[in-house]
Design a protein around this ligand. Structure first.
Ligand SMILES: C[S@@+](CC[C@H](N)C(=O)[O-])C[C@H]1O[C@@H](n2cnc3c(N)ncnc32)[C@H](O)[C@@H]1O
Length: 382
């Protein structure tokens, strides 16, 4: 007899209490609950479960560092200049940005915002962290320093801080989210013959199983507005309220600067025409996993990000692809430098030569129009 997969205790308890949970609650607990995928050690990286741009090597971080300098200069070189790297994972991007030593370094407060405690525990292993109370000292309401509490020294950055949530202080700088929003839990709606259903999850003999219930009025009205009658019965849509909420919050925190989202993006009407298994995917150990209801907590659960749902919060000032964005930041010249250094030093075979050669391969992965290069880059200016 096949064994019944283990269901995280908190998820089982919620289902026992309410009969079923909405799909977004299921996804949230499967990813971030005490026995969720990320708390069990799931992560980005070559030794992790999936490869992201920062994990291809230091080139991506060197280009992000150039982007930070562009914004810093554009804002009039503020000090502190705060970067919120949201969904920072193990901190690989932070390390690469620090190593690239951008011009803004002296003013830089770089905050790794990471929800998973297991991943936050990795930050101090390779980064010299500043305590949050030193990086964000309390201020009076009028913005004056509190006597006896030292403000961070101007020009003495970079200060690296690790937090579980977005700091509740207004900032000047950049909110950066690389492959964050595809990992934020989504509601799932399904077209019914006479309206919309919502996907919920229950347990049948201990096995996670779907139940469809009529969607509430607000969700049905949203689905009607978004795709109308254009989809047949049984078609599914992601209703990404969580991602929209996150964007609203990020925009509110920024006094001046940019929100930059990099992710695999699509539009809601386009997803409604595709089978749900194509855009709601699971990963485990660098391979595609099973159904989203299989082995909750043991596989990553990710969804293509609907750019139209983010644009409904506020229209982005710029939408482009990762390949075009990195070209604008000068990836070609960095790769040319890499080729030159490799030719000059290949016979020595030292670290500089090896790093230069690997830069060429990293660029190919970052620009691949069938992969990371096709990712959407959305920028909001405040
Ligand atoms: C797909 S990983 C990407 C990691 C990293 N940005 C990269 O590109 O390699 C998404 C990360 O976002 C984190 N995360 C999800 N929701 C979050 C939130 N609301 N705040 C902070 N981190 C979050 C997850 O724990 C996970 O580490």
């Amino acid at each position: 007899m096949a064994s019944v997969p283990e269901v995280p205790a908190e998820l089982a308890a919620r289902i026992e209490r309410f009969g079923s949970v909405r799909f977004d609650e299921y996804q949230d607990l499967a990813l971030y609950g005490p026995d969720g995928f990320y708390e069990r050690g799931g992560r980005a990286g070559r030794r992790g479960d999936f490869l992201t741009s920062p994990e291809t090597g230091p080139l991506f971080g060197a280009l992000v560092a150039r982007y930070l300098d562009e914004v810093w200069r554009d804002l009039g070189e503020p000090d502190p200049f705060t970067v919120l790297d949201v969904g920072a994972g193990p901190g690989t991007l932070a390390k690469a940005v620090e190593r690239a030593a951008p011009a803004c370094s002296g003013a830089l407060t770089y905050v790794l915002v990471e929800r998973s405690a297991a991943q936050r525990a990795l930050h101090p292993r390779h980064l010299a962290l500043t305590a949050p109370e030193q990086a964000f000292p309390p201020e009076h309401d009028d913005g004056e320093d509190v006597p006896g509490v030292a403000a961070p020294d101007r020009g003495r950055g970079p200060r690296l801080v690790s937090l579980a949530e977005l700091p509740q202080v207004p900032v000047r700088g950049v909110v950066f989210a690389n492959e964050l929003l595809d990992n934020v839990a989504t509601r799932l709606l399904q077209r019914a013959p006479d309206g919309w259903d919502e996907v919920r999850v229950t347990l049948v003999d201990g096995v996670p199983s779907e139940v469809l219930v009529p969607a509430d009025d607000a969700a049905s009205a949203w689905a009607d507005r978004t795709v109308g009658d254009d989809v047949g019965s049984g078609a599914r849509l992601p209703y990404q309220e969580g991602a929209a909420r996150w964007l609203r919050h990020a925009l509110e925190l920024l006094q001046a600067g940019r929100v930059l989202v990099v992710d695999y993006t699509a539009t809601t009407p386009a997803l409604a025409q595709r089978p749900v298994g194509q855009w709601l995917r699971t990963y485990r150990g660098h391979a595609r996993g099973g159904s989203p209801l299989d082995a909750p907590g043991q596989q990553d659960l990710t969804v293509e990000v609907c750019a139209d749902q983010l644009a409904a919060v506020r229209a982005p000032h710029r939408t482009t692809t990762q390949a075009a964005w990195l070209a604008g930041l000068g990836i070609d010249s960095l790769v040319e430098d890499g080729r030159r250094i490799w030719h000059e030093r290949a016979h020595i075979g030292d670290l500089a030569a090896v790093a230069a050669r690997s830069r060429v391969g990293e660029a190919e992965a970052l620009l691949d129009t069938d992969g990371l290069g096709a990712f959407g880059v959305l920028e909001w200016r405040v």
